[in-house]
Design a protein around this ligand. Structure first.
Ligand SMILES: NC(=O)c1ccc[n+]([C@@H]2O[C@H](COP(=O)([O-])OP(=O)(O)OC[C@H]3O[C@@H](n4cnc5c(N)ncnc54)[C@H](OP(=O)(O)O)[C@@H]3O)[C@@H](O)[C@H]2O)c1
Length: 290
């Protein structure tokens, strides 16, 4: 298949290389042309402009830094867009995917937005996750070639902006979990306990954490928070202990105190017998309601 890759940074160059290795006819363009040299040496053609790159292919991948840059490149290539399929793999706020979709489709192109959930060295591996949004029909037409980039390639929505929300939700979870882990690591270290020993011996407890996601997710989707066990009121004494222990050991108390306050506020509002998932109502309010 004739494919163009626009943007040859760390990720874009890897995407282009994977498509070349799979035997596709690849044309590349990058603002700094020198980054195209290894790909040209491997058989890619160099386009002299974004428009020329789009004109050279049926399928056009865009992977640059920032949705505004991707939109500028699409605008610059506007005259060549009719009849092409644009696959924008650029991260950004979800409204940028909607805007790029509007731009591409107004120029007569099909449009998919992809969210790459892996680092560059994993591109092409069976475990590499990439979420796509946009027309299912367009995705189906190109699925085989998109699967070259990641074995776990999934169409998640007809709405092209959804993959970006998926990516952000993952990062949201990741940073929350990591902050909790690193606070715990500081506590363990202050107590003279090697973190590696803890992760090994507490493995079964830690491994149980992800099972809470579908359980809490179901409660939130149904708006049903009442629970016969593990209710919010039982969390408060443990949070008090964590705040006290953190204070005593001279480590940060802001993170546990923040969590303690969320739970105390929920109890004060009469939600003591509800599941911990009830706190989504705190995170879901508008800042102006705080
Ligand atoms: N790297 C990863 O592991 C990874 C993982 C998942 C998702 N992503 C996403 O993939 C996208 C690219 O990331 P990256 O890591 O490859 O970034 P990068 O190495 O910093 O490359 C950035 C790319 O954007 C181009 N660019 C920046 N400003 C431009 C402008 N004004 N006009 C034209 N081109 C411009 C750069 O061109 P020049 O070469 O000329 O500077 C380069 O091709 C981002 O949305 C990123 O979030 C990356």
């Amino acid at each position: 298949m004739r494919i163009s890759a626009i943007g040859l940074g760390e990720m874009g160059a890897t995407l282009a290389a994977a498509l070349l290795a799979a035997g596709h006819e690849v044309t590349v363009w990058n603002r700094s042309a020198d980054k195209a040299e290894p790909l040209v040496a491997a058989g890619a053609r160099l386009a002299e402009s974004p428009e020329a790159a789009v004109r050279a292919a049926e399928l056009v991948l865009i992977n640059v830094q920032g949705g505004a840059v991707a939109a500028d490149l699409l605008r610059a290539a506007g005259a060549a867009l009719p009849g092409r399929t644009v696959v924008n793999l650029t991260d950004g706020p979800s409204e940028q995917a909607t805007a790029a979709w509007e731009l591409a489709t107004a120029h007569g192109a099909d449009y998919l937005h992809g969210q790459i959930m892996t680092i560059a060295p994993a591109i092409g591996s069976p475990d590499a996750v990439i979420f796509y949004g946009g027309s299912r029909q367009v995705f189906d037409r190109h699925e085989a070639v998109l699967r070259v980039l990641g074995g776990r390639t999934t169409h998640v929505s007809e709405d092209p902006s959804v993959p970006l929300v998926y990516g952000m939700a993952f990062h949201d979870i990741m940073w929350g979990l990591l902050n909790g882990f690193l606070h715990a690591a500081a506590l363990l270290r202050a107590a003279g306990i090697p973190i590696g020993r803890y992760t090994e011996q507490a493995e079964a407890s830690l491994a149980a954490l992800p099972s809470l996601f579908p359980m809490f997710g179901g409660e939130i989707d149904r708006g049903e928070y009442a629970t016969p066990f593990g209710a919010l009121l039982h969390h408060l004494p443990s949070l008090d202990d964590l705040v006290t222990e953190s204070h005593t050991r001279g480590i940060d108390v802001v993170l546990p105190a923040y969590t303690r306050q969320l739970v105390a506020d929920a109890l004060a509002a009469g939600h003591g017998n509800d599941s911990y998932s009830r706190l989504v109502e705190h995170f879901g309010r508008r800042a102006s309601d705080a």
